[in-house]
Design a protein around this ligand. Structure first.
Ligand code: PGA
Length: 249
């Protein structure tokens, strides 16, 4: 299983970043799951350079620009040079700042061109009785992948993160039945772009109020891991969560 930790902007001090990173290193040595750490950009190179632990690193975003006179932008090339292997792209908290599907698809291409593995976040804002949320999800995936080569499509990790489930508690997160259904739907959508075999093998993560209390009920829903927000920045919560995921689940 992949356990991707999105620190968002929760961590704002070097000491806290180093302290948590140390815990991640220890946990990664003791677990067979792959821990991916996405710290705020200023801490990425600090933690990733010279990293010899099993922890892998990700950015929380990449710029849509390719360098040059673009103040404040962090390009995919810079992310790659910082030691990251992955890049979270299209997180709902970025989409809410105005990022649309077209921009996200461009970012995906920049990340892939640098050899980064994109973690593409998708997910509906709300669920309606008529199933519009399914079409919404399909559009997010389709617009992102339709410009990529078949080969590049197989490299993209999909993180299904329904917006209504983000930043709440385990009790308010998605149910196992609903997650199973959504993962099947995502894989079926992926089959429009890659072979059925590759859609079955594609890596799909779930994110949205994943805590130690609900990982065991969600780990067998056809997913390959989790994208964790608030529970990843608390030592106790994160340690418990990692331990709660069954080995080889
Ligand atoms: P959460 O965040 O675990 O705090 O719900 C998940 C995410 O937004 O990636």
């Amino acid at each position: 299983m992949i356990i991707a930790a999105n620190w968002k902007a929760y961590i704002e001090s070097v000491n806290k970043a180093k302290e948590l990173n140390l815990l991640y290193k220890k946990l990664s040595a003791r677990t067979e799951h792959e821990i991916i750490l996405a710290p705020p950009a200023p801490f990425l190179a600090l933690l990733a350079s010279g990293n010899k632990s099993k922890v892998s690193f990700s950015s929380q975003d990449v710029s849509v620009t390719l360098g040059g006179a673009k103040t404040g932008e962090v390009t995919a090339a810079a992310v790659c040079a910082s030691g990251a292997k992955y890049a979270i792209i299209g997180h709902s908290e970025r989409r809410s700042l105005g990022e649309d599907n077209e921009l996200i698809s461009e970012k995906l291409q920049h990340a892939l061109a640098q050899g980064l593995t994109p973690i593409l976040c998708v997910g509906e804002r709300e669920r309606d009785d008529t199933g519009n949320y399914l079409a919404f999800l399909r559009e997010e995936i389709t617009s992102a992948l339709s410009v990529l080569s078949k080969k590049d499509c197989t490299k993209v990790i999909i993180a299904y993160e329904p917006i209504w489930a983000i930043g709440k508690t385990a009790a308010e997160s998605i149910t196992a039945d609903d997650l199973t259904e959504m993962v099947l739907y995502i894989r079926k959508t992926l089959a429009d772009f890659v072979s059925v075999r590759n859609s079955t093998n594609a890596k799909v993560l779930y994110g949205g109020s994943v805590e130690a209390g609900n990982v065991s009920s969600l780990e067998n829903c056809g997913i390959d891991g989790f994208l964790i927000g608030h529970a990843s920045v608390d030592s106790k919560s994160f340690s418990e969560l990692v331990k709660a995921i069954t080995p080889s689940a």
